[in-house]
Each structure stands twice: as structure tokens, then as C-alpha cells.
Design a protein around this ligand. Sequence first.
Ligand code: HEM
Ligand SMILES: *[C@@H]1O[C@H](CO)[C@@H](O)[C@H](O)[C@H]1NC(C)=O
Length: 339
Amino acid sequence: MAPSLHSRPFLLLFVLLSLSILCMRSLDASEPYLTLDYYASSCPSVLEIVRKEMECAVLSDPRNAAFILRLHFHDCFVQGCDGSVLLDDTITLQGEKKASININSLDGFRLIDRIKNKLESECPGIVSCADILTVAARDAVILVGGPYWDVPLGRKDSTTANYDLATANLPAANEDLLSIISKFLYQGLSVTDVVALSGAHTIGMARCENFRARIYGDFKGTSGNNPVSNTYLSNLKSICPATGGGEDNTAGMDYVTPNYFDNSFYHLLLKGEGLLNSDQELYSSLFGIQTKGLVKKYAEDSLAFFQQFSDSMVKLGNITNADSFSTGEVRKNCRFVNT
Ligand code: HEM
Ligand SMILES: *[C@@H]1O[C@H](CO)[C@@H](O)[C@H](O)[C@H]1NC(C)=O
């Protein structure tokens, strides 16, 4: 039914009210919204600069793409995406780098420093370390063959880090599926996000200590007793001895194409050859009916994987701690809060 004439004044009132609410919001400096054009006038070359540095770094070693992508994830799950993971330990600040989940395991800090230095000479004091990491992670994915997505910007850097939250919030290789899912739900992410974002393991390496329980555990059971899987398994066992030693020896999580962002990670899960217990559980866990369906879908349809991965990365990058918008800053050096 068409609106009757006498409802028009109400409509107008409504429009005016909504407009005034919109205006009030945009006047509020601490408004916690990210926008695509955040640096359009203050640092128009930001995307170009990050992209160029990432290009050089990934060209010289594709592992750099994996380092940066993981670093962004480990940033966002602790106080939101606020650059907290980048902070070094000082006398007055305990960083997150030495938390058990991160120690001997994260890398890429010097690459972030390099990008930050370039940006400080181009537009001093403008671009937050949290935004740099978010854009760099997007570029990392593109540079190894993955999808493109637009990156909303405007994050602030924290003045604090949280060692305990790093341990509590981040998922670990031998954690069960339900516990991992609950950590993602806690961050406002979904089961679909868990499965799609785990696809990040299509690039990068894991250390022996994170896959020992798996290869001496149910790897044989999930992969069946076929010659190809057995060869792969004995190779893994030679990299990672049962009795200890070689803790830091590494193996690709996607041994087919470890430097290429594709959906072959999901094919490995279908074959029962996932390297981490946490990855294989997405397909093999008794509690993983929904996750199993998604693994199948992304294995069959790489476009669906790419689209969901892009959407899920935007959601990951959108995890914010309201505090960081009011108390946050743009660090001059990503390793230290401003003095
Ligand atoms: C779903 C729960 C997850 C678990 C349990 C998990 C666990 C792990 C573990 C144990 C490693 C190996 C670390 C080492 O041995 O030093 C690893 C590596 C990696 N993770 Fe995850 N991860 C998860 C989700 C994610 C997400 C959401 C991303 C990014 C979107 C991600 C990106 C990476 C990358 C790129 C690497 C390779 C890093 C390298 O080559 O050094 N992971 N992850
Ligand atoms: C990002 O977060 C804000 C508030 O925290 C929310 O309103 C918005 O819908 C989120 N956007 C996406 C793409 O998740």
C-alpha cells in the first residue's frame, strides 16, 4: 500500500532525526568505525608503500607471507587488532612475544619495522602499526596467489599488551575442536570463520613440537594405510623424532604447495593428512559435522573458499577493543609505546 499523505510529516521527521544522529556520530572523534578511505588525505601512498615492501619481502622469501598473516591473527585475538603483539618487553611492559603460544614461533617483526620506517618518513605519526599489519597481511595473501579484499582502516595502537590473554585466547595445535570453536565465538567469529580462516595453513610451516602428537597419534588412523600417506608420514617422523629433539624442525602444513595460497589444504584434510591435530579435527572430529561439510565445500570449490576467506579476514581485522580507540595512539616505533 502506498503511504498516505498524512504520514509524510512523520517520514520527514524520521529522516531528520536519523540524519542528526548520523551527524552526531561523525563528530565523535572516538567513533569506533573503520573506513576504507581513512588515510586518503593524510597518507595517500600508504597502500602503495606497504605493497612495495611486502612484494620485495615475499619475493625474497615466501615464508614472510606466512609470518605476517599469522602475526595479524595473533594480534587480533588479544585485545583486538591493536598492534599489541608487536610490543617488545620493557621494564614497565610485559609483551606477548614470550607467551608460550608465541615464543620461538612468531616472526616478521623486522619486516613490520621496515614498513613502519618507510611510512614514518612519508607521513610521520599517521599510520598505526595495527593498520600496517592488517594491510600487510592482505598483501601477503595476494602475493602468494590468494584473494584480494578491501581493508577497512583506522585502528589505533594499544599502549598495553596482555601476556595472559595471549595464552588464554589463542588456539593451540592440540586443542580440541569445540574449545577452538569457542575461542572464535568469543571473538565474535563463527564456525564458518574457523574453517575458512584455518585455510591460512595453506601456507607456512609448523614446528615439530606442534605436530609430534599428531604424527605419532592418529595420523595413521585418519590417512588410512596407503603407500603415499605412509611415505609422507615416515618423512615427517624423520623430521620430528618421537623421543624428543628437533623441536624446532619444521614441515609445511600444506606439503603439496606450501608457498602457494590455494585450497589444497582442504584436499589434505579430506585425505586425512592434516599436519596439525587442530586442522584434521575440522574434518575428522565426531563433533565436527558442520566443519566437515565446510571442509568438503572449500575443497571442491576454491572460489567459495576465496570469497569466504576474504570476508572472514575482514571480520578478523574488525575485532576491536573499544578502549583502544579512546586510549590508543599511533606508535612511532611499533615495538614501543610512545613516551
Ligand atoms: C584455528 C585455529 C588455529 C590453530 C590451532 C593454529 C595453530 C597453528 C600452529 C600450531 C602453527 C605452527 C606454529 C609453529 O609451529 O611455530 C600455525 C602456523 C600458522 N598459522 Fe595457525 N592456527 C590457527 C588459526 C590460524 C589463523 C586464523 C590464521 C590466519 C588467518 C593462521 C595462520 C597461520 C600461518 C600463516 C602459519 C604459518 C606460520 C609460519 O610459517 O611460521 N592460523 N598455526
Ligand atoms: C565491525 O564492527 C562493528 C562494531 O564493532 C560492527 O558494527 C560492524 O558490523 C562490523 N563489520 C563487519 C564487517 O564485521
